[in-house]
Write a protein that binds this ligand. Sequence first.
Ligand SMILES: [Zn+2]
Ligand SMILES: [Zn+2]
Length: 340
Amino acid sequence: MSFIDNILQKPSYGWKNEKGELVIPSTRELFTEALNRVNVFKSRKNWISMISWFMIVCMIPFIVLFVAKHFSWPLFICAAVYSLIIMGTHGTIWFHRYCTHKSYKFSHPVWRFFTQNLVIKTFPEEIYVLSHHVHHAKSDLPGDPYNSNGGLLYCMLSDVNHQSIARDLSEKDYYKAAGLLAHTGVQTNSYKGYQEWGSVATPSYTILLWVLNWAFWYAAFYLLGGHALACALFSSAMLWFIFVRAFNYTGHGKGEKMHVDGLDFDRSNLSINQTRPGLFTGEWHNNHHLYPGSARAGFLPYQLDLAWIFIFSMYKMKLVSSYHDSKKEFLQKYQSNRNA
Ligand SMILES: [Zn+2]
Ligand SMILES: [Zn+2]
C-alpha cells in the first residue's frame, strides 16, 4: 500500500468490497459515520471535523437574522455575488490552486496571509488539501474521497466522512503528509502532537485564525453596511460552505460519463467543464484534471477564469513571484490537431 492509499482515515464502511468495487453506503450508514466523526466526546481527535461543522452551526444565527430582520433584495444580490463568485473564486485561488497544487508562489508570506484571509474563513486547510491529493490520484475510483459514483450524499458528507487524515500514520508518513501543507503557513503538529490531536494543524492556530478572521470581517462589513450587510454576507458564506460540496458531485458528471466532444478532453475520469463553476470561479474541472499544476484552467477563448485573473494581477503587482500556466501546452496538444 502506498502513502496515498493510507493518508486518509478509512470510513467504517470501507472504500471497496472484496471484489475491489466501490462500497456505496446507505443514507443511514453515511449519517452514522458523520455523527461518529464529529463526536469529540468519543475522541478528541475528531476536533477538526467537529470544527468544520461547528462553523456552520455558528453561522445559523446570521442567516436567521438576515431572513427575519434585515432582508432586502439589494442585500440578497450582494449575498448571491459574495457566495457564488467571491467565495467560490477565493476557494479556487487559495485552497485549490495554491494550497493543494502549488501552481504559484507568493513573493512574501504576508501576501500569503492576505490571500488566505481575503474572505470569511471556512474549511481548515488540511481537510481540503490532503483529500484533494487523493482525489487526483484516484479520481472516480474506490478511495476517491468524493467519488461521484457514491452519490450526492457521499460527496456532501465527505468533508467529515472521507477527508480527515488517518490516525495511525507512521512518523515518516505523518511528516510526509504534514509536508503537503508546509508552504501554506498553517501551524503544524509534531508527530507527538498528531498522536494527541489526530490532525496536522494545531488546534490553537486553527481556532485563533478562525476567530480573528470572523471578527475582522464582521467589523469590516458592519462598518460598510451595518449588521444587515454583515448578516447577509455571513449567511452567504455559510451557503457556499455547504453547497460547495455538491460541486465534487456535479463536477464529475454526477457519476455518469457526460463528456462533450471538443470541450472535455480528459477522458481518463468523469470530470467535466461546467459553465457556471467555470465562469464564476474558474473551475473548468476537466481542463484542471488535464493540467492540475496550472494556475490557469480557462484555456478556450470563452472560458473566463476569474481566479487566474486574480493570480495574474497579484503577479503583476509583485505579490506573486512565479506561476505555472499550461495554456500553451493545452492549445498545442488539443487545438492544433483540430485545426489540422
Ligand atoms: Zn476532480
Ligand atoms: Zn485539483
